[in-house]
Ligand binder design. Structure first.
Ligand code: ADE
Length: 224
């Protein structure tokens, strides 16, 4: 699977994609991540990429030409399953979307900045607009990394334990149950006996009950 990410601040995207699971996924050839500096496609001597909005509101807008030129250059090389714009006014990101995107060959991510990108790029190129939550970040880079991380860990073979991704919160519409490891007692608090009973059917029932209870307490909206 291949990601192309267009960003005005590519430095923001390096660290988090170079460690742990994503790094291993890159090294094993499961995923390629290519970052494209929008500034390379800027206009004129100063490589301008943003301008004031029509209508006179505050902030700056990423101009259509640099973005369009960059996207056109990428489209000459390959087609994309989705061209995704990360934006707080997009559809709320959910596990189901991550699951679907993990079946893609090529994804193109566009990180916005300032007041966002010119609406015509959204009309002409973007196929999916995603918000990672109801709060505003200063750019699309952190959301892009959230998306990449959530998708890459679902690619078969990327997580060591194949069943691990399936037991995550949300995969069955419930929050995950509590987990424990050794020691059996820590600061006077014991691991629940049932988990050490060796009785797998009872353990599974207990885990499901815990998931239900946690979901009821913290995210009743998931049960509606
Ligand atoms: N860009 C700025 N805030 C964002 C958010 N919450 N989700 C996606 N992209 C964003």
């Amino acid at each position: 699977m291949r990601f192309d990410i267009i960003s005005a601040i590519p430095e923001l995207l390096t660290g988090p994609l170079d460690h742990s699971i994503i790094r291993r996924a890159k090294e094993s050839g499961s995923v390629e991540i290519h970052i494209h500096d929008l500034r390379h496609y800027g206009k004129g001597r100063y490589r301008q990429i943003d301008d004031h909005p029509y209508g006179g509101s505050a902030g700056m807008v990423l101009m259509p030409e640099p973005l369009g030129t960059c996207i056109d250059a990428l489209l000459l090389e390959r087609s994309y399953d989705e061209i995704i714009y990360l934006t707080p006014d997009g559809h709320r990101y959910q596990q189901a979307t991550a699951n679907r995107l993990s079946l893609s060959q090529n994804l193109l991510l566009i990180c916005g900045h300032y007041k966002g990108i010119d609406e015509r790029i959204r009309q002409l190129y973007v196929t999916l607009e995603i918000s990672i939550g109801d709060y505003v970040l200063s750019g699309g880079e952190l959301p892009a990394m959230v998306l990449v991380d959530s998708v890459v860990r679902l690619i078969p073979g990327v997580l060591g334990d194949a069943s691990s991704a399936l037991s995550d919160s949300f995969q069955d519409g419930l929050l995950a149950p509590p987990v424990y490891t050794r020691p059996a007692e820590y600061k006077g608090v014991e691991v629940p006996d049932i988990l050490r009973s060796g009785h797998q059917a009872k353990i599974n029932q207990w885990l499901l009950d815990q998931s239900m209870q946690r979901t009821k307490d913290r995210r009743p909206d998931l049960l509606e």
